[in-house]
Design a protein around this ligand. Structure first.
Ligand code: SAH
Length: 360
């Protein structure tokens, strides 16, 4: 334990108010906190040595106890459509990924919440090796920072989607600290709660806990199947939870927050993309104030699932639409760089043969 306490701490692991206290406690004026955070958040400072408006004696003190950041960009990959994927390495060497997508005036960053994932959805790359650990709040925050640093001058992050690696609500406490800080103007992001989407496999107790926090975050529930049997097969945690509990928790989220819930549905060829599946899904959702986001599967090397035919995607969408269910089909971004959940990290970790890259 003692050793751990002596490890240097990342600057963003405490919020601005605590930095002001720290400065005062160490005999420095509180505004030094603003200068320090300005360097880390806005001026891309990666060493204390370069922070030349901060007195040398304070820089030396900071160097003893702190590190500017907890993460670094270990690899980056730019797709022809402009989607940028960053592999983020933590101080302990563990890696997660975040993705920056540009569309019209939107600049959206997709962040990870855990190293690996414990949910084991059968088609997903993130859960193939289980979950290693939760990310700390500042490790989530720093992903947005790295993505923003990758933008051209004058552009800023407008939206955040919590759809990277990990089960978001399994790390709810750290996630909320990170998101609340992203929404505060004080640290310089000032993103509106309404522009943040939390995607979850559907953990009912955590959905209710999130609802009780009374934020305005947009909730997306990964449903993927309209029947208990099919969901059990695709989303193993469903055995313990059940569709009804997921839907009821989502209804409660809507009732509490007034925010319409989105249901995500990954379309897997011949598995859950049939007309009967669409009709069963419509039956579940017509009476609800819900939106469905259909996601044509992005194949993962080594997993036995394929992308659906365009005709079955259209058929699925039209069946929902004719039943009065609001529906969109997600545009696939960054396919050539494996910008789906967990894929790039595996490749850079040498888990996959790079020649398989062209598969998606
Ligand atoms: N654990 C959370 C968030 C992470 S995954 C959740 O389950 O929602 C974000 C979304 O991407 C989920 O809907 C997930 O099922 C989907 N997804 C995972 N792998 C995919 C792939 N290879 N192609 C398309 N979508 C995928």
């Amino acid at each position: 334990m003692a050793d751990r306490e002596l490890e240097p701490r990342p600057v963003l692991s405490i919020p601005p108010v605590e930095w002001r206290e720290w400065m005062r406690e160490h005999g420095h004026p509180a505004y030094r906190a603003e200068q320090l955070l300005e360097w880390v958040v806005h001026r891309r400072g990666t060493s204390f040595a370069e922070m030349d408006n901060i007195p040398l004696v304070l820089r030396r003190l900071l160097e003893t106890w702190w590190v500017p950041l907890a993460t670094r960009v270990a690899a980056r990959d730019l797709a022809p459509d402009g989607t940028l994927k960053l592999v983020i390495e933590c101080l302990d060497g563990r890696r997660v990924e975040c993705v920056l997508m540009a569309e019209e005036s939107r600049r959206t960053v997709c962040v990870s919440t855990q190293v690996g994932c414990g949910m084991g959805c059968v088609f997903c790359a993130s859960g193939l090796n289980g979950v290693e650990r939760n990310l700390a709040a500042h490790e989530i925050l720093e992903q947005v920072l790295h993505a923003r640093n990758a933008l051209p001058a004058g552009e800023t992050i407008t939206h955040v989607v919590v759809m990277g690696m990990g089960e978001s609500l399994a790390n709810l406490d750290n996630l909320i600290v990170a998101l609340d800080r992203l929404c505060s103007a004080e640290e310089g992001f000032g993103i509106s709660q309404r522009r943040i989407t939390i995607s979850t496999v559907g953990l009912p107790e955590k959905i209710l806990k999130l609802a009780a926090l009374d934020r305005r975050y947009h909730l997306a529930v990964s449903l993927h199947a309209p029947t208990e049997a099919l969901r059990d097969q695709l989303v193993p945690v469903n055995h313990k939870i059940g569709l009804t509990a997921v839907l009821e928790a989502a209804d409660a989220y809507f009732a509490q927050t007034g925010r319409q819930v989105t249901y995500e549905y990954v379309l897997l060829k011949g598995v859950n993309d049939r007309a009967g599946d669409a009709r069963a899904l419509a039956d579940l959702l017509t009476a609800r104030q819900a939106h469905v986001n259909l996601i044509p599967y992005n194949p993962v090397a080594g997993l036995p699932y394929d992308r659906p035919d365009p005709e079955s995607v259209t058929r699925f969408r039209e069946i929902l639409r004719h039943s009065g269910v609001s529906v969109t089909v997600r545009k696939t971004k960054g396919r050539s760089i494996d910008a789906a959940c967990g894929q790039l990290r595996r490749r850079t970790a040498g888990v996959l043969d790079p020649s398989l890259e062209s598969r998606s």
